[in-house]
Design a protein around this ligand. Structure first.
Ligand code: FMN
Length: 185
């Protein structure tokens, strides 16, 4: 079992990114992982925008990153990159906050023009923070993520399979790394 922090960087109160991550959190729990959700939009804006490194909410978020073996980073594609909200939190973390961690990047967006945003925009930031292994992520068209009348999340066929595949790959890589680290101390 690994500890996973699942971070949504959308500022939207009705975020598809957050709903998608919470849906995938359940899949990761079924694989036996201990998953903690973190919605950056719930952190105090004054701390994020005032670079308040010592704010208790920032200290707590930093500790969650420190405790995690793996991190899911979800962000809507904004202006061909990731959200500014996600960056406000990443900027408050230690430079190498992702050292030794396995990371799964996920990004819903509105246009296939930006299907590579994870690779050219997000991945370099995660690498610069020391991520040990950034597994293949997935860009999801927003229209493929909908909510049914009963409030349940519906993901379009094809997209659902692709997301399950990258999530299961993340789980497998993470499980392997955690077992090796436990064996070698
Ligand atoms: C301010 C803003 C900028 C956006 N810029 C892009 C963009 O450059 N490329 C793109 O594919 N989608 C863009 N979108 C669409 C969102 O990425 C897409 O709707 C996503 O699903 C929103 O996720 P959320 O519901 O979690 O906030 C933008 C949306 C907003 C609100």
């Amino acid at each position: 079992m690994a500890k996973i922090l699942s971070v949504s960087g959308s500022p939207s109160a009705t975020s598809r990114t957050a709903r998608l991550l919470r849906h995938l959190d359940d899949r990761l729990r079924q694989h036996g992982h201990d998953v903690t959700p973190l919605d950056v939009r719930t952190l105090p804006a004054d701390a994020l925008f005032g670079a308040d490194f010592g704010h208790p909410a920032v200290v707590e978020a930093t500790a969650l990153f420190g405790d995690a073996d793996g991190v899911v980073i979800g962000t809507p594609v904004y202006k061909a990159a990731y959200s500014g909200l996600l960056k406000t939190l990443l900027d408050l973390l230690p430079q190498y906050a992702l050292t030794g961690k396995t990371v799964l990047p996920l990004a819903p967006g509105g246009s296939t023009a930006h299907v590579l945003a994870i690779d050219y925009a997000l991945r370099p930031v995660l690498s610069s923070m020391g991520a040990a292994h950034i597994v293949p992520g997935w860009f999801t068209l927003d229209k493929d993520i909908t909510t049914g009348d009963d409030g349940t999340l519906a993901v379009a066929p094809g997209t659902a399979e692709a997301l399950a595949h990258v999530t299961d790959t993340f789980s497998r890589v993470l499980g392997g790394r955690t077992a090796v680290l436990a064996a070698t101390g």
